[in-house]
Design a protein around this ligand. Structure first.
Ligand SMILES: [Zn+2]
Ligand SMILES: [Zn+2]
Length: 241
């Protein structure tokens, strides 16, 4: 599990027939107050936890799971992770946290056909994605966690409750599935998604200086060129209506 900087660790997703999101662990180890960002695909919980242990990190230090959003490829492994670290809180944006508490799985699966495929493939019952959410985020909070200050940016459009986490001192952005390397962006045809809203979210992100982009899938980018997010927005603008 590579260390991006002191306090930010990357655990690469292991894609199968379905994608597995990357997971990130944030927080200075000395703080003993670490946060796991996005558990990943169903079946990948043990792999993610074992990768963390291999780094020499104590599982007791992981105090919470924060979701960039609650799509299946990010939240599928949550119950496996909760078995390994049952004390960890769950923090989710309110717009996806409330459905999660009510067992409304429309965001998790994104579309009916995908729900049927996942439930068959992984033998999951309806209602399995019902979780207690300990903290509902709104956006614009500054989280003082792990000896660092992370800003929460609400960036809907790929899903209604997508958030980005931004660490200003090192200009690090964890944008979930909103923007990736190589000028790719998240899909905007799923339940709760909206192209024009995604456009506004990209615009909002483009106002930040970002050096290190840690997306939910594909390459991570260190030394992101200046203006990258704006360029990406301009390329996609005509489609984001
Ligand atoms: Zn997604
Ligand atoms: Zn994803």
């Amino acid at each position: 599990m590579p260390k991006m900087i002191e306090g930010v660790y990357f655990i690469q997703g292991q894609d199968e027939m379905m994608p597995d999101s990357h997971s990130y662990l944030i927080g200075k180890p000395s703080s003993m107050d670490l946060s796991l960002i996005d558990p990943g695909l169903i079946g990948k919980g043990d792999y993610k936890i074992d990768s963390i242990k291999k780094m020499g990190i104590e599982l007791e230090d992981i105090k919470r799971v924060i979701m960039t959003h609650t799509h299946f490829d990010h939240i599928g492994a949550l119950s496996e992770i909760q078995k390994r670290i049952p004390w960890a809180e769950l923090w989710v944006h309110r717009l996806e946290g409330e459905p999660l508490e009510n067992g409304d799985e429309r965001t998790v699966y994104g579309m009916d056909m995908f729900q049927q495929v996942c439930q068959m493939q992984y033998r999951i019952k309806s209602g399995s994605f019902t979780f207690k959410v300990h903290r509902k985020l709104e956006g614009k909070e500054t989280l003082n966690i792990g000896g660092m200050k992370w800003e929460v940016i609400h960036i809907p459009g790929h899903s209604s409750g997508s958030i980005g986490l931004y660490y200003a001192p090192e200009k690090i952005l964890i944008p979930g599935d909103v923007i990736y390397a190589d000028h790719a962006i998240g899909r905007f045809d799923l339940f709760g998604a909206d192209g024009s809203v995604l456009k506004d979210s990209l615009k909002q992100l483009s106002e930040r200086e970002v050096n290190i982009l840690l997306p939910g899938h594909n390459r991570v980018v260190t030394k992101l060129p200046a203006g990258y997010i704006l360029e990406t927005l301009e390329q996609w603008g005509p489609y984001l209506t």
